[in-house]
Design a protein around this ligand. Sequence first.
Ligand code: VAH
Length: 318
Amino acid sequence: MSSKILIIGACGQIGTELTARLREIHGTENVIASDINTRKLELVNSGPFEIIDAKNFNAIKDCCVNYNVDTVYLMAALLSATGEKYPMEAWDLNMNSLFHVLNLAKTGIIKKVYWPSSIAVFGPTTPRDNTPQHTICEPTTVYGITKQVGERWCEYYYNKYNVDVRSIRYPGIISHKAMPGGGTTDYAVEIYHEAIKNGNYECFLSENTSLPMMFMDDAIKATVDLMEAPADHLTIRSSYNLSAISFTPKEIFESIKRRIPEFEISYNPDFRQAIADSWPSSIDDSVARKDWNWQHSFDLDAMTDVMLNELKKKYTHS
Ligand code: VAH
């Protein structure tokens, strides 16, 4: 019998594409999209949709009971840059939404939870190159603190209450269907749009800032593969390291310039440079590759080809 799935934060960058993929797999009527408002009308009109504030326990519970939901993907969060501007709001949303969903699973109303963590759980004292699954985590951003504490709670609810909660430490994610919101890695999406629209881009990170990154198709595949993996294959119940590629603003610029020779870039680091400098430059995701056969598909140039082709179509038709 197909799962009944609720996606909280379905209008976000990952939620938008996760909703589409899960509807392909499970059937549109079995995947309820939800968000705090109806800002993305094509999603609202594409299948079951509910307005849910992720901070509202009763709203989440009522939706799960009414639709007989067995699996929740909690994708709502304030990301790193926004979290530094609104620390208490980030703590409130990122933590209380997680407690609401974990407690619904603890009571048995739902059976399975997906909750995204991030490489933001690492900090300046973490080994930066090929960062291992188990290492020092002293995050210096509010967002990173919420993800680190959230991982501890996920593992606690698994060990104490046998809640089947699964999680991935996403790197920066690049996509063309929905814009990211308030992240430090957002430059790696903006740069493609500006290359098509204006032929130049002012980057808010310095040219040699290497960060772990991933094309959205790989991130969605990893999320689905983890959730479909046999429970007894999983050795991590905090959150899995995951990566695909690492690159600098200079390297992504050069990948684009090989396809758009007239494209130019300038660098004007802002407050997000300090956030990026606190994160790893590359990630060891060998545990995910061993436990559930994770394997990325897109390298930087393959991602650039798809991004530029899709955005050229988007801006040609708009
Ligand atoms: C951010 N895109 O920049 C998110 C992500 C690893 C970065 O968690 O905050």
